[in-house]
Design a binder for this molecule. Sequence first.
Ligand code: FES
Ligand code: FES
Length: 154
Amino acid sequence: MKKLIQLNVNGDSHEIAVSPETSLLNALRGELDLIGPKKGCDSGGCGCCSVHVDGEVVYSCMMYAAAAQGKRITTVEGIGKPDDLHPVQQAFIDAGAVQCGYCTSGMMMAAKQLLDTTPNPDEATIRHAIAGNLCRCTGYSKIVDAIKLAASRL
Ligand code: FES
Ligand code: FES
């Protein structure tokens, strides 16, 4: 049976009806039309569903939507706007770090959390920060370049 819950997403409060087993990912994509977070493995293994919950990277497929009540949820849509991209978003474009794009929003959320806490990370630190995010396209080098570029601009 569905119950009403309140979610604070990208600074806005939403009341939605979800089942107890509804994941945060399904609530974001299915109820709030926030399709930046992607569904890949749906089991905590790829990172493409990554969002921030109270400033920490969380795999949204692994969290119940109901458990996210009272927390501050940020998706890739919330860190920049199409006409005012976050430096991480712009750097991914400028460095050519986007191919199919399926991993990109999760990579950006991991990168942003890293740069929020570590302004000038070395390459090993960058690679560690995105170790929970899989990319089938880029070979990771351009993603690492993008994060270095974003760090230089922030
Ligand atoms: S879809 Fe969530 S970790 Fe893969
Ligand atoms: S750009 Fe295609 S999976 Fe990363």
